[in-house]
Design a binder for this molecule. Structure first.
Ligand code: AMP
Length: 283
């Protein structure tokens, strides 16, 4: 695996590969890699001749400075995992490479995506996400961008950003990889104590419970039950929401746009998110 630290170097390297008609898959990450990230690398490898991963803990997307400070950094094991997975290139920039002095900040018109769910609880977060992903995509000119469904709203936001900025890149959304007990893999899981880790299964369990009850119970009932289940395990619930697959409010009678359940809750300042498609949209 070739490691690049300078934006111009990886950009120029990729330019020669594009001239040779190589197809390039890109997996942006913030490091502290786990099997969820690696599943994206495998997806990219299966469909492209070159796979690029980036590791950059983006300061502009953290609305909570403590979360940024405590974000785990495990660069050596990250590199080993990427080597083992057969990743071709790693972009490991400094903050100055991503945000040089002449960097021009823009405002992305994300509409309702910015004010609901994560947007409501993390003001400015998605502007920061768009800022870094657009910058990365300008440096790493790729054919396919790979994101995880684990961050469902982020996928919708990036899809919107790609269309707002007329970027020529295909988006592939890959399924959430889970621990054996169902907890969605996340870099933040390693901050949980043994007891918190055990209790964290409640997030997955409540999603499964909602899935099993969606056809026979009211939306209000299943949301109330999920809130109760999660709070009983000592987690503070930011939201348990059911929306359609485009994150619009549910129509009362017609669920042809599908139903997704999304949860955010935290314990001891460790905030976990997860989601599950309860009903698939009618194609
Ligand atoms: P992060 O390093 O948390 O910014 O995540 C980088 C990418 O990996 C994002 O597209 C995430 O959605 C994806 N990702 C994180 N956790 C998982 C998971 N458990 N399964 C699949 N993809 C994931």
């Amino acid at each position: 695996m070739i490691i690049f630290k300078k934006a111009a170097d990886i950009h120029n390297f990729l330019a020669t590969k594009i001239k040779e008609n190589q197809s390039i898959g890109f997996v942006p990450t913030m490091g502290a890699l786990h099997e969820g990230h690696i599943s994206l690398i495998y997806k990219s490898k299966a469909a492209n001749s070159l796979t690029v991963c980036s590791i950059f803990v983006n300061p502009t997307q953290f609305n909570n400075p403590l979360d940024f400070e405590k974000y785990p950094i495990t660069i050596e094991s990250d590199i080993a995992m990427l080597e083992e997975a057969g990743c071709d290139l790693l972009f490991l920039p400094s903050t100055d490479e991503i945000y040089p002095k002449d960097f021009i900040k823009i405002n992305y018109e994300l509409g309702h995506l910015e004010t609901i769910l994560e947007g409501k609880y993390r003001p400015g977060h998605f502007q920061g996400v768009c800022m870094v992903v657009e910058r990365l995509l300008r440096i790493i000119t790729c054919n396919i961008l790979y994101l995880g469904q684990k961050d469902y709203q982020q996928c919708m936001v990036i899809e919107k950003m790609i269309s707002l900025r007329n970027m020529n890149v295909q988006l592939v959304i890959a399924p959430t990889i889970r621990e054996v007990d169902g907890l969605a893999m996340s870099s933040r899981n390693r901050r949980l104590s043994k007891e918190e880790r055990q209790n964290a299964i409640v997030i997955f369990n409540s999603l499964m419970n909602m899935k099993s009850k969606i056809t026979n119970n009211s939306i209000e009932e299943i949301i109330t039950e999920a809130n109760k289940m999660i709070s009983e395990k000592g987690f503070e619930v930011d939201y348990v929401e059911l929306v359609d697959c485009q994150l619009n409010p549910l129509e009362k009678t017609n669920h042809k746009n599908g139903i997704v359940a999304l949860i955010a809750s935290s314990i001891n300042n460790i905030r976990l998110i997860d989601n599950m498609t309860l009903i698939n949209p009618v194609k």
